[in-house]
Design a protein. Sequence first.
Length: 248
Amino acid sequence: MYGYEHVGNVNGRKPDEVDLESGETLYPGLRYGDNQLRWGFIRKVYGILAAQLILTTLVSAFVVLSAPVNDLLRGNSGLILFLCLLPFILLWPLHVYHQKHPVNLVILGLFTVSLSLPVGVSCANTDGRIVLEALILTAAVVASLTGYTFWASKKGKDFSFLGPILFTSLIILILTGLIQMFFPLGPASTAIYGGISAMIFCGYIVYDTDNLIKRFTYDDYILASAALYLDILNLFISILRVLRSGDN
């Protein structure tokens, strides 16, 4: 049978036989059956996350390449404010209906599009070279942190202690951002703010990936993908802010 090699005798299988499709054991003490289920859950979450990132890329590209849409969004502060508030509004139904298929996917799609439009406006107002650099850096950081978290989890490390630290840092970050709306920061302060933001969301990528491996239930695939999507999107925006400030 394909997908099997001879290396051990577990649960009635032939001697030295292991299921390659189940992946390696995620963390010490995890049973074989649970390990298979958890790997299936992880693949499902990353599949949804990939679809979200592709949708964001398409929507952002449409905003950048469509001059009328870009002008409409940039010239209408009320619309931009609504688009900024819409993801927070959608968080409530997303949480309530996250286990109700296919309503959960529809809400997640609307949530993704509502976040993608402001990102498209930011990219449209930024030099293409800087956007590309931010994309490459974000991809490299996400891949590195994800790989590290899986490796560390296999070695028995736990990152749940980061939760309170990251939450407190995020609240301070949000309050600083609100203050910045009334008292704009200079280029150097903006770069520092973006760098601190990037560090916080790097921590969230590790924390949420650790939750994906160990703590999210199998029915929480929508919440898990939304959490990782927000981490990646905010990391990209933070890196973009730093590069844009440095370029200025």
